[in-house]
Design a protein around this ligand. Sequence first.
Ligand code: HPA
Ligand SMILES: [Zn+2]
Length: 338
Amino acid sequence: MNTTNTLIELSKAMPKTELHLHIEGTFEPEQMFAIAQRNNVELKYSTVEALKAAYQFTNLQDFLDLYYQGMSVLLHEVDFYDLTMAYLEKVHSENVVHVEIFFDPQGHLSRGVAFDVQIKGIHNALQDAEKKWGMTSKLIMSFLRHLSEESAFETLELAKPYLAWIDGVGLDSSEVGHPPEKFLRVFESSKSLGLKVTAHAGEEGPPDYVWQAIDQVGVERIDHGNRALEDDKLIQTIKQRNLTLTVCPLSNLKLCVVNDMKDHPIKQMLALGLHATVNSDDPAYFGGYMNDNYTSLIRNTNISKEELFQLAKNGITGSWMAEDTKAMHLKHLNTLFA
Ligand code: HPA
Ligand SMILES: [Zn+2]
């Protein structure tokens, strides 16, 4: 086998974590049509093929418009369960051992779907995956940044009875024009409830948004972070504070954050000593799950075995899983790469 194929096989076999994944972004067109039919909801596209053909994006907003349309067929607890379980089954088959999943409560509340309906479906699927395969997970409630601070506070209020099932809060949706500082007070309240904090920053937004996420919000992780590379002082700060970047290669390509996978900056991030990880973001929309992301990087960026190991290791150390579980997966990883 040549080196490329050897590395691809190794990337498939290695224990992986997924730290940046929107559960609503795992909605495969076939499942979307099946759930639409059983819920008597009409989709804007008449066939799976027509829907897939619309997955051509030039920026984040193009994608978000379709993403919110797609999730509109989710109405009942079983829909959230089925969506989550389909994703977990898929990534279990790819040797993903731990997932940290975002969900967007406001994207469903606005359609009259209650908070408890959403979270019960998702939570039960996560529990079943742990029982069946020992796959561990964390759940991150994400605020939609194009909506108001007041709406985020209302969402946090609804989450209070379910804090035992929620590990952290995040910030997603349209980035430019909606800086992290817009949600400072909501993040403060979230922290006081014992929740961890992360935020999408530097996907399309400027380095200043990453500064705000770090210095004002006090995030424990940065989701994406690509544009941090434009600011040397920011790079040094991210490094000094040991902040993990949840990087999403195929997402970056589909949303034109990078023009070509050959230009993806993940190797540069590693060379700078940043804790970059590989994640799939919205795999049903961006052309691939975890293994596809690694395969694309290996084929296009000349990644070495050492870099592959570092990416997988960063995924374990940058996760919010228990320290003894981290140690167990790191041991397995070391054996595979020995
Ligand atoms: O990549 C993303 N960026 C911002 N918001 C999102 N919501 C789902 N995916 C994304
Ligand atoms: Zn994302």
